[in-house]
Design a protein around this ligand. Structure first.
Ligand code: CTP
Length: 126
């Protein structure tokens, strides 16, 4: 089994998110998705999602190629998650390019292309 993990808010779930998750899954055979909690978004990212954590989680856990879902509660949990879950590949959109290179000590780190012209910010309108 090749285990992949990715992180994000996934507010107003859109096709850019779906394509990102598909590409992440294609890097291995098992995909874990860590979804930012409402508290983490407000406290650390200064943003308020339109859909609450429970609704965002409900959408993602019903995607049939997503194998596990978890809560992202802090910036610092990634090393622990990767080690504890025996992750082989950390994948995330290229808007984060370089930001998670510190994980290369523990697993492969892949920055995937984003889908053009769609984002939660555009859909929310704030
Ligand atoms: N993503 C993507 N293509 C897009 C939008 C997002 O590949 N058009 C990816 C991001 O790079 C990230 C994941 O989807 O790996 C979750 O992104 P998130 O920040 O939740 O979505 P955005 O639409 O970028 O949200 P925002 O506008 O609030 O930044």
């Amino acid at each position: 089994m090749v285990k992949v993990i990715t992180y994000g808010t996934f507010d107003t779930f859109h096709y850019g998110h779906f394509f990102l998750l598909e590409r992440a899954k294609a890097l291995g055979t098992h995909l874990s998705v860590c979804i930012s909690t409402d508290e983490f978004n407000l406290r650390e990212k200064g943003k308020s999602a339109k859909l609450n954590f429970v609704d965002r989680l409900r959408i993602i856990k019903n995607i049939n190629f997503v194998d596990e879902v978890y809560a992202e509660k802090s910036w610092d949990q990634k090393i622990e998650d990767v080690v504890k879950l025996n992750i082989n590949v950390f994948a995330i959109g290229e808007d984060w390019a370089g930001k998670f290179d510190f994980l290369k000590k523990y697993c492969d780190v892949v920055y995937l292309p984003r889908t053009k012209d769609v984002s939660s910010t555009l859909i929310r309108g704030y």
